[in-house]
Write a protein that binds this ligand. Structure first.
Ligand code: CO
Length: 497
């Protein structure tokens, strides 16, 4: 997995890349023994990953990977050893479709039930596919999908408990986004950590609900705000005092969806000429002073971080100048990366006193899935880690490298897994007792298109360019995933209670 290819060639092979979207129906449970390098003895805890595990139902391909059934992977690090386990989230829809071996539900991104228009018309039942993120909070392992309730799982065995209403915080039919943040030290709670998340009820105007949960999972604060216009908001950012939402300029026409011709996601169209509305909501529920700004940002899925400084809110985000609409009759695997705009890292700032807005392109190379030191969430910070293309082509590209950015010096370092490797979202894990912000490891799951298997790479965050600290080779591949998280707790079957 080193860079041993000619520079004049493409850094990847599209046919190899596509195989990363093959389904993985197997559920495994074993200690990883095929290891290059050395697993750090002080790296102790559990890495959880989520993403679509099935890209077909009984041989019928789904239309978009975002419609794929959620599969959780867990890597448990203890005493220099790593145990791997993967399990599908046993959602009701997954169980029904596997029992009947056919597609029974419509997907948001265009997967249709067979039988054409008549079988899909006015059928607005959606699969709660639990495939976007996984987080351990309030003594629960939660698989998250933004349009519905979370599922909870046993963190030791990954067995599904079922839909989880977080005590009585949620009601049936509520949603809970897949992008919570953990505020490492919440001023409203005397410096205790808290989990901040949101839910969107889209419509002609959209309701944003903000939830803040204590470490024991109890509700600390909940408040809702109505904003004009339809919203497609996947992620947000927090500071000690604010939640920040980018309301992408999109239009939504629900008619093709209701008439069974498209998935709801296909009815969302990005309007690149219209500005993005940036909604800044105070986290204190008693402060209803919501501020909005307008900026031409392009389309934003993910934010890296935000912080307050000198009356301004700074926010670092990945933006696309244009985004193709999900089309009904196209195959997501037949992508021409060079025809698509890259995701690029921008720094925005919004002056709360004057309303002034600034933006700056920071990293032109195609990148996506940022991560930072968990203690720096909502604070001014120095280091950012992100999945990136092998080189800057000015265009979109598959993510093959991990890029580290030093905001102080502007320097970047990369570790590329080209020609055969394709990275996933990196996760930064601080070294126990560390003093410096980049003292720790960056973990990323890498799909290897040559041997059709996946490898968990452990990189030294202070020397990203250097040789990997450890490469942990799995027996099979894990399809390209979405998000995940690190827990300092060692979850394993032997610790199951
Ligand atoms: Co996301």
């Amino acid at each position: 997995m080193t860079q041993t290819f000619s520079p004049e060639l493409e850094s990847y092979s599209l046919s190899e890349w596509k195989q990363g979207y093959d389904s993985q129906p197997h559920e495994d449970d074993y200690e990883i023994t095929e290891i290059e390098g050395q697993i750090p003895a002080d790296l102790s805890g559990t890495l959880f990953r989520n993403g679509p595990g099935l890209l077909d139902i009984a041989g019928t391909p789904i239309h978009h990977p975002f419609d794929g059934d959620g599969m959780i992977s867990a890597f448990t690090f203890q005493n220099g050893k790593v145990h791997f386990r993967n399990r599908f989230v046993q959602t009701e829809a997954y169980q029904q479709e596997q029992a009947q071996q056919k597609i029974l539900y419509r997907g948001v991104f265009g997967t249709q039930k067979p039988g054409g228009l008549l079988n899909n018309i006015f059928d607005v039942r959606l699969k709660n596919i639990a495939n976007t993120n996984v987080i351990h909070w309030g003594d629960k392992l939660l698989a998250l999908w933004e349009a519905a309730e979370p599922h909870s799982l046993n963190p030791n065995t990954l067995e599904t408990n079922g839909i989880d209403y977080l005590g009585d915080i949620l009601k049936p039919g509520d949603s809970f986004s897949a992008h919570p943040w953990i505020d490492p030290s919440c001023e409203m709670d005397g410096g205790d950590p808290c989990l901040v998340n949101f839910a969107i009820s889209p419509g002609i105007s959209s309701k944003i609900t903000i939830f803040e949960l204590a470490p024991d999972g109890k509700l600390l604060r909940r408040h809702s705000h109505s904003i004009p216009g339809f919203s497609f908001i996947h992620d947000f950012a927090i500071t000690p005092n604010y939640c920040i939402f980018f309301q992408n300029a999109v239009s939504f026409n629900p008619l093709p969806f209701l008439f069974g011709m498209s998935g709801a996601g296909e009815c969302v169209e990005f309007q690149p000429t219209k500005p993005t509305r940036v909604v800044v909501i105070p986290r204190d529920p008693n402060n209803r002073n919501v501020k909005t700004f307008e900026v031409s940002s392009g389309f934003v899925f993910h934010h890296a971080n935000a912080f307050e400084k000198d009356e301004k809110i700074y926010i670092d985000s990945i933006a696309y100048a244009s985004l193709p609409q999900v089309q009904p009759n196209t195959n997501y695997k037949e992508v021409d990366f060079n025809s698509l705009d890259p995701g690029q890292l921008w720094r925005f700032n919004f002056n709360l006193a004057t309303g002034e807005v600034n933006k700056k392109l920071v990293e032109p190379r195609c990148c996506e899935f940022p991560t930072i030191h968990p203690e720096k969430v909502g604070r001014d910070y120095r280091y950012l880690y992100i999945g990136a293309g092998h080189k800057d082509t000015g265009r979109n590209a598959p993510l093959q490298a991990i890029l580290k950015l030093d905001w102080q010096t502007g320097e970047t370092q990369t570790h590329s897994f080209a020609h055969h490797g394709y990275v996933s979202e990196p996760i930064f894990v601080p070294k126990p007792g560390s003093a410096q912000e980049d003292e720790g490891w960056v973990l990323t799951l890498v799909y290897n298109g040559q041997n059709h298997r996946s490898t968990l790479a452990v990189l030294d965050a202070q020397n990203i360019e250097g040789e990997a600290v450890a490469l942990l080779h799995l027996k099979r591949h894990i399809p390209y995933g979405l998000h995940g998280s690190w827990s300092d707790k060692v979850f394993s079957k032997t610790s199951a209670s």
